[in-house]
Design a binder for this molecule. Sequence first.
Ligand SMILES: [Zn+2]
Length: 411
Amino acid sequence: MEAKSRQEIDLLKVAGVQIAIDYSWIVIFVLVLWSLSAGYFPEVHPGYPTSEYWMVGMAATLLFFASIVIHELAHAIVGNLLGQPVKRISLFIFGGMAHLGHEPTDARAELKIAAVGPLTSFVLGLLFLWIPDLLRLRHSYPMWSSVFDYLGFINIALGLFNLLPGFPLDGGRILRAAIWARTGDFRLATARAADWGRGIAWGLIFLGALEIFAGSLIGGLWLIFIALFLKGAASSSYQGIIMEQVLGGARVRDLLVRNPEVIDASTTIADAVNDHFAHHGFSGFPVVEDGRPVGMISIAQIRHCPPAERASKHVAEVMRTLVQALEISPDATLAQALRQMAEAETGRLLVIENDRLTGLITRSAIAHFIMVRNELGFAEDHAAAVRQTTAARPSATATAPPPTPPASAAN
Ligand SMILES: [Zn+2]
């Protein structure tokens, strides 16, 4: 279930893991490059030509992000070895993410997958700190020598930061694994780790505010942004668990609309509007060609088509082509369906069984189901059901860059 976000660019594949960058990453890339090339290096080593600062700054920046990728790759490789597949890593504004295909099924696997990240950062950090002596750069190339010192420092800082015991940081996952192992209760463990995550986020917000009052505006704001991101991720991971609890073990099969009305791909937009959309009040329909599902069309696509062209354009030209992200198996859980809809930014998925369209599952149907179950008091504790449904939750490991931007390290 790799719903590719439309904001990501695929970079390269390493050991079967796709490395991608999110557009938001460009912001942090420019910020780090600029603060190193125009701030840190000129301050530490005055008297060099500007071009040299930018060259050294670029090398340090690229190696910094390579370090984050290696940290995430370590999570991914250990995850893959322990049967918890990770097929995708992305760099984004707050660091890196390893997209776990599903939650670890036991506490030991969780512990190992989480711990290997910071461990890798520490090893990288020590390696970088050793390079200037190994290559005897200290006297001959002092500026390059401080590139490696900077990378050594930043990797160790990265490892320490990620060990903070709050979900979704690696330390929070380690904490969750520990509570999970002791109590056997995955939900309770996630709740505690998420509480710690929120607490740590508030602590970081406080530190960020102090930094701003102390005169470091960018550093302080950055820390606050990271904290808000962590706080959001901690809350949503817990809400996810509660959601699974409310949804119980219900599957797509239980709630799908069988034999939904479909639109043929050769229909004109005008006919689709008049005969289908206007008629039934649904906001989207599966599109078929020779009886086989090929896509989905919704009001959003119709709206993008100017009224003057609607009589001549066909549904096939404007529909969302059927990709894996838009189809789901009837055996998938409702929680999986909801997550997939969120990732694919759609309100409905085609239910496909043996290459045939068996039905349609909509967000509004699931919302209604949740409401009914809530009314009937189904939100009680039934840990076993939760464990079962959470076994397939995709999640991410965040690697926030260390709180202090490099430039302020020189002050
Ligand atoms: Zn990590």
